[in-house]
Ligand binder design. Structure first.
Ligand code: GDP
Ligand code: CA
Length: 308
């Protein structure tokens, strides 16, 4: 059994924790979003890759869901002292990751190579691939300020602004990182993690070739709805679906993914939406999807990986 997991950040990282417990590491390839990446203080920051790394290695801050547990913020204090860019928090230890990654990129390593080195150093033995080594940036058009970068929207504005569209700058010029299309073609199952469809999964699908493989292999693609009872557990997925013209519900997620996903896993609280989703041409699995305990997480992982 080989599984490719299409990943954003927090929602994906939590599911991957379960997938790693139910499948051997060599069967797992995670293909991650890089549309959130940004350059800060001269450093290349890859939030979703790092959230996956820190979460699956158990080092993530449980409270924040990103960054490291027990982190300190002295470098940020210094940046603030100088009047530098201080709206995006980087912890002192986390900065070491960005220093290392940036150094390796400047030496000529690819993002995939630097990522492989970083996860190996955390003792992780599954495969984590950025969807592309090339530059891809999620851009968000807001009503009040026009187009801004994803992190300006997500972190600086706390996603509390009205959005009219999302665009993936540079996507058409990117190539999938080595191994990405192969992993998606060879997997017995392609799992689309419960990540934000509009800004975490769509940028992955925007890399030429990726959407086509999922569409071709649609019957083997299973997604977990990040919308439960009409709401995202955290973040703007519900609001973005509405703003972009979809219902903020598991049914909206089904509509969003209809061309690339054959089966949608929805939460038990949304069981009554199953007929409407089936009418869209998707199979539906109803189960607990809020990964609040290891048991629920592992059951969800088994379900998505086709082990039960
Ligand atoms: P980010 O890149 O860190 O913002 O995170 P993602 O895009 O991967 O995930 C954000 C989405 O994950 C939100 O819409 C949440 O509703 C969803 N999510 C987080 N935890 C869970 C969970 O336990 N179950 C489900 N079904 N969705 C979750
Ligand atoms: Ca993200």
């Amino acid at each position: 059994m080989r599984v490719a997991v299409v990943c954003g950040g927090v929602g994906a990282a939590r599911l991957l924790v379960g997938v790693r417990r139910v499948l051997p590491a060599e069967s797992i390839v995670a293909v991650a979003n890089v549309g959130d990446d940004l350059e800060l203080h001269g450093l290349h920051v890859s939030p979703d890759l790092d959230t996956i790394t820190y979460t699956t290695s158990g080092a993530v801050s449980q409270e924040r869901g990103w960054g490291l547990e027990g982190e300190t913020w002295q470098a940020m204090d210094m940046i603030r002292r100088y009047g530098g860019v201080d709206w995006f928090n980087l912890g002192d230890r986390d900065l070491g990751t960005h220093l290392y990654r940036t150094h390796r990129l400047r030496q000529g390593a690819t993002l995939a190579e630097a990522t492989a080195e970083i996860i190996a150093a955390w003792g992780l033995d599954f495969t984590l691939l950025p969807v592309t080594n090339d530059r891809l940036r999620t851009m968000v058009t807001t009503v009040d300020e026009g187009e801004i970068s994803f992190q300006e929207y997500f972190v600086r504005r706390q996603h509390d602004v009205a959005v009219t569209s999302v665009r993936f700058d540079g996507a058409e010029l990117t190539r999938p990182a080595p191994g990405v299309l192969e992993a998606l073609r060879d997997a017995d199952r392609i799992v689309v993690a419960p990540s934000n469809p509009a800004v975490s999964i769509d940028p992955v699908l925007a890399v030429p070739g990726v959407r086509a493989v999922l569409a071709e292999r649609r019957e083997h693609v299973i997604a977990v709805s990040p919308i439960i009872g009409g709401r995202a557990l955290k973040g703007p997925a519900d609001r973005l679906l509405t703003e972009l013209g979809y219902p903020a519900s598991a049914e909206g997620v089904a509509k969003w993914y209809a061309d690339v996903v054959g089966t949608l896993v929805i939460d038990t609280v949304d069981a009554d939406l199953a007929p409407a989703i089936e009418a869209l041409g998707l199979h539906v699995i109803v189960t607990d999807t809020v990964m609040s305990t290891p048991e629920i997480t592992d059951t969800l992982a088994r379900t998505t990986c086709g082990l039960s």
